[in-house]
Write a protein that binds this ligand. Structure first.
Ligand SMILES: Cc1cc2nc3c(=O)[nH]c(=O)nc-3n(C[C@H](O)[C@H](O)[C@H](O)COP(=O)(O)OP(=O)(O)OC[C@H]3O[C@@H](n4cnc5c(N)ncnc54)[C@H](O)[C@@H]3O)c2cc1C
Length: 437
């Protein structure tokens, strides 16, 4: 430790600086620029990197991982076919995550019921993403909110980003909108869709520690009690999905329904209201199920979880009929069997499951904004009707879409994604379309 007499060893230099008037933005160039680092954007960026492309990955949050990490979603859904022993639908980046997190103690847990759902530790996932992106030498710009898009005819040319350190401009040959809210497509001035006839609710996720797992009640039992006593506890939603990786004494709770408007002022208030709902929900569990939750405490709140807000108008719209029929489109690029899961009312959600052999597909056309040649949307902002989107926006198909978009832009080069060789694309996506082992 330094004594007062040792201060001569401390450097004390400073310099005076002043921002130059008209100082230009930082400039970055890439082959492929991905906006949004959630499940879809990460898969897109990593796949594009594997194809040898120079990649820039942008996110408005100061951390990578999108909702999978920062909203503490808690489970990978839609990754396996139905049934307790279903086969894996999506490979590539998904294989790497399952392999590496599976090797860590307590980072993954497979729940095998009507389908296989994979519970994950969000801290382990966040570090996996950070290290994967670093190893792939992807240029990362976090805390960078998209504020202007320059479009030249049918091509997106440049993005302008605002960061706390100053503006950044990104030029790229191809762009991927993995923002969840179609932020890039919207700011480019291309048409978008918003839900009509009522909101689609999001959820404030909350993590509680110090639960007694041995006394974890059944989901149905908690739901019944919520229906019976929810008014007394001030609850809006009457369902509870606790995700528990055995042996950790922690539950990730999905039991609130919160509006997620695109109006920045309302969105901020709704975020605060979501926390109140989460507090009430935890209080309910502590009181009604004391053996399991009596000594529990809130350990973390996720960022507001947003399901369906605004999405692109593609060259094709995926419909509920397509999903139910399992239509295999000529330009299919991703598949899943996840149920229709539409959170369209405050107290609960629509849940329509499919048979064990059911598969439904996502066409490339639903990823391509109709008026653009070098932009693709992936994840929860592709073109689908409200119900169809609810069955393909979970993380398994989000990753598959991300990989497909990277391949499509790679094949398009400086040309149009609307004119690529679909059979060449599907050859590259064989595992995500046809593998059943
Ligand atoms: C509460 C909740 C529970 C869910 N439960 C499950 C589940 O258990 N399992 C499952 O598989 N799926 C679940 N889902 C669905 C799934 O989590 C999401 O649909 C999926 O994570 C979406 O991934 P994404 O990559 O499309 O977008 P996101 O994860 O939303 O990522 C979008 C990223 O874009 C960034 N961004 C947005 N706008 C801008 C901008 N203007 N400038 C810069 N960056 C921007 C955001 O910061 C964000 O990081 C759930 C969803 C919610 C909301």
């Amino acid at each position: 430790m330094l004594s007062m007499a040792d201060t001569s060893a401390v450097a004390t230099g400073t310099r005076i600086v002043r921002r130059e008037a008209g100082a230009d933005a930082w400039r970055v160039e890439a082959d492929i620029c991905v906006v949004g680092s959630g499940a879809a954007g990460i898969a897109a960026a990593l796949q594009a990197g594997r194809l040898g492309r120079k990649v820039v990955l942008v996110d408005g949050l100061p951390a990578l991982g999108g909702q999978a990490v920062n909203s503490i979603i808690g489970t990978f859904c839609g990754l396996f076919s139905n049934g307790p022993n279903g086969y894996q639908f999506t490979h590539g980046v998904a294989d790497d995550i399952l392999r590496d997190l599976g090797a860590l103690e307590g980072a993954l847990h497979y729940q095998r019921r009507h389908t296989v759902v994979v519970y994950y530790d969000e801290i382990a996932l966040s570090r996996w993403i950070e290290e994967a992106v670093r190893a792939a030498r992807i240029t990362v710009i976090v805390g960078a909110v998209l504020r202007h898009v320059t479009v030249d005819g049918r091509r997106v040319r440049e993005l302008e980003l605002a960061t706390r350190y100053g503006d950044v401009r990104v030029n790229a040959t191809g762009f991927i909108d993995a923002s969840g809210d179609a932020a890039l497509t919207w700011q480019a001035g291309f048409p978008c869709r918003e839900p009509e006839g009522g909101t689609v609710y999001g959820t404030q996720m909350v993590v509680v520690e110090n639960i007694d797992e041995a006394h974890l009640p059944e989901i149905a039992e908690i739901g019944e009690r919520m229906k019976e006593k929810g008014d007394a506890y001030g609850l809006l939603r009457r369902e509870c999905f606790p995700f528990v990786i055995p042996g950790r004494g922690i539950a990730v709770l999905n039991m609130t329904h919160v509006e997620t408007p695109l109006d920045p002022l309302k969105a901020s208030i709704c975020g605060l209201e979501g926390k109140v709902q989460a507090d009430l929900a935890v209080h309910f569990l502590q009181q009604e199920f004391p053996e399991c939750f009596g000594k529990s405490k809130i350990r973390a709140y996720g960022l507001p979880g947003i399901r369906q807000t605004r999405w692109i108008v593609g060259t094709q719209q995926l419909t509920l009929d397509d999903v139910r029929a399992g239509t295999r489109f000529a330009d299919a690029v991703a598949r899943t069997a996840w149920p229709v899961e539409l959170h369209d009312h405050g107290t609960g959600h629509v849940w329509q499951t499919f048979d064990e052999d059911h598969v439904h597909y996502v066409p490339l056309g639903s990823l391509i904004p109709r008026e653009s040649d070098n932009l693709l949307a992936v994840g929860r902002c592709i073109d689908a009707d409200k119900a169809a989107l609810s069955s393909v926006r979970v993380m398994g198909p989000c990753m598959a879409m991300g990989m497909a978009a990277a391949h499509a832009l790679d094949l398009a080069g400086t040309g149009s994604v609307q004119q690529i060789d679909i059979s060449a694309l599907q050859d590259r996506l064989h595992d995500n379309l046809d593998r059943t082992d």
